[in-house]
Design a protein around this ligand. Sequence first.
Ligand code: F6P
Length: 365
Amino acid sequence: MSSSPIRRIAVLTGGGDCPGLNAVIRAVVKTATREFGLTVAGIENGFGGLIQNRMRELAARDVFGILSRGGTILGTTNRDNPFHFPVEIDGQKVMRDVSDRAFENMSIHGVDALIVIGGDGSLTIAKELFDKGMRVVGVPKTIDHDLSATDATFGFDTALNTATEAIDRLHTTAESHHRVMVLEVMGRYAGWIAIESGLAGGADVILIPEIPFRMDRVVAKVLERRDEGKPFSIIVVAEGAKPLGGEIVVKRRVEESFDPVRLGGIGNLVAAEVEGQTGMETRVTVLGHLQRGGTPTAFDRILSTRYGAGAVNLVMEGRFGEMVCLRGPAVESVPIEQAIGELRTVPLDGDMVRSARQIGIALGD
Ligand code: F6P
């Protein structure tokens, strides 16, 4: 690995977008240029842009006004992996390791180090590039709150607030029409968005991947409420929830992405069962990508800003192969492999689950 002084860095966003990415980019550019006198190259569309040599200059004026903007000004993709990249040979598409091109393009643009803002897929690639000799640091992102190596990732708080607002809105219409409303939220294999928005929004039933549910328990809760004079209910179901002894519901596969499985559809299954077994009109809302779009909350803007500045500090301290993380009140760092090793799921013996039960929320078991 080179030990030449750092004069120019590059930054890319990889994987699914999430609120706060622009705030990280802004903090990276401001810290790099103002504090350390570096120049910054922005790589377009994640690792695809690194392979296809799509870099543009990012000066302070390029990041004015983006703190509160959702998405990423650099673009992103969850399909492109330099170690497994589609190339055409004799008219046929075949997968090849083209990671050498990433090194060549960094060198063409005089880039000394790379900041990768991404989830488990992008950070896995970042680790492989580091192992191959690139000077890389990571910034973790995901709305799912499922990375065990950090207390928080930006994007989750915004998604949580969006889901909570949706529950508030469903409540008034559910009560007026005496209906059961099912809200399906994201989160992949972790139930954080579901359980936290369900608690914040006062849901009656919350179904999460960590607790395989029994339909009779869900139906019993809805009927119990009706018998108490509350002929409406709110059920929040995580996209990764599954019935006891049943399977997770897969909506589609996106081949070439780190995890090709795309979840979705469990909300409809739950709603059909509830309506069939209670006779109560039951409607479904799938919140989908609304959870990933729009303005980041104050919490996410602040965390993104601290992560962006922290990532540049890691570069200047030569702490390559590491990523920024939050530990209690402080931004610290850990080796990237720790971020990609273990999934953080909702602990079944934690007070979040216990409090939900204690106030009468049914968790389907
Ligand atoms: O990991 C973030 C996330 O939004 C998950 O909650 C969801 O399962 C997935 O990405 C959806 O991915 P895509 O945007 O490719 O459909």
